[in-house]
Design a protein around this ligand. Structure first.
Ligand SMILES: Nc1nc2c(ncn2[C@@H]2O[C@H](COP(=O)(O)OP(=O)(O)O)[C@@H](O)[C@H]2O)c(=O)[nH]1
Ligand SMILES: [Mg+2]
Length: 276
């Protein structure tokens, strides 16, 4: 006799039915780029949801996201924070948001088209094929930088060498900001203990995953200098990275890097921010 019961899928939140992939895009003063970036993500051949974390950009970046969200309420999301609080905390906030909503694969990407959104599909494939963390890398065979000023290239390549020298982590592009995580990596790393906010944040996330034994894979990407808007790179961010890398290594050697202690529950986002 046939039984008629509702499919379990029926009860799954809508997010899961539409996409298991979330790309987090932090923004500060990205009015010229954010609308095009959302359109580019939504037109990928594989469905991705996008979460913009905007730090109160005075140019109206968030307004553009709100308009896009009205057209695509399931796939476009916005977290607004009260002021420029830095890239690292924007991502941590986004990671919690994505974990709470059950996404399987969570990505980081800049809003300025330095990272080509079409590469998200290759990053995703790499995770689906077994990597825990995938890095869109400028410094593996096939990777390159286009139109980046020589001083930025030297700084970036020098930083990669310095990180490898101090930490012994083999990742060739440790400051890369085009990265994808399997959710278990973000669940395992104690995100509340991630300390840094700039390039050092990017290094710290990879280092924490590496210390915990997760499988990291680098795939080549072409990194293109931004055409619209301006860089928010500062001397402070460089200083943080130089000293931060030494601190990270020290913590790992002394055992005070306790990322392995998984958090029992995911803490709520800062009170100052609003999810819509
Ligand atoms: N939410 C947020 N986003 C930021 C902040 N600083 C930079 N961004 C964003 O992070 C991404 C990378 O920054 P960018 O200025 O291009 O740095 P660069 O590529 O190193 O020159 C861009 O999408 C920026 O809009 C910040 O303090 N808060
Ligand atoms: Mg940039």
């Amino acid at each position: 006799m046939p039984t008629y019961s509702a499919s379990p899928l029926f009860f799954v939140p809508k997010y899961h039915l539409l996409s298991k992939n979330l790309v987090i895009v932090p923004t500060y003063l990205e009015l010229e780029n954010v609308g095009r970036m959302i359109d580019a993500v939504l037109s990928l051949p594989v469905p991705f949801h996008i979460l913009v974390v905007d730090d109160g950009s005075p140019d109206g970046t968030a307004e553009v996201v709100k308009t896009k969200r009205q057209q695509h309420p399931e796939s476009v999301h916005l977290l607004e924070r009260s002021g420029k609080l830095g890239l690292g905390t924007a991502y941590i906030t986004g990671f919690y948001w994505g974990l709470e909503r059950g996404y399987d694969y969570i990505f980081e990407m800049d809003c300025d088209f330095s990272h080509n959104p079409t590469d998200l599909v290759r990053l995703l494939k790499t995770l689906e094929n077994g990597a825990d963390l995938v890095v869109g890398s400028r410094y593996v065979r096939g990777g390159k930088c286009v139109n980046w000023p020589a001083d930025r290239q030297i700084l970036s390549y020098g930083a990669s060498f310095y990180v490898r020298l101090i930490t012994w982590m083999w990742v060739k592009d440790p400051t890369a900001g085009f990265v994808g995580f399997r959710r278990k990596v973000l669940e395992t790393i104690d995100l509340d203990k991630i300390k840094f906010i700039g390039y050092a944040f990017q290094i710290e996330m990879k280092f924490a995953a590496w210390v915990l034994g997760f499988k990291i894979k680098e795939i080549p990407i072409t990194f293109t200098d931004r055409i619209e808007g301006t860089s928010k790179m500062s001397k402070g961010i460089i200083k943080e990275a130089v000293w931060g890398v030494v601190q990270m290594k020290w913590w790992s050697l002394t055992g005070s890097l306790k990322h392995a202690e998984r958090r029992a529950k995911i803490v709520k986002n800062e009170a100052s921010q609003r999810s819509i």
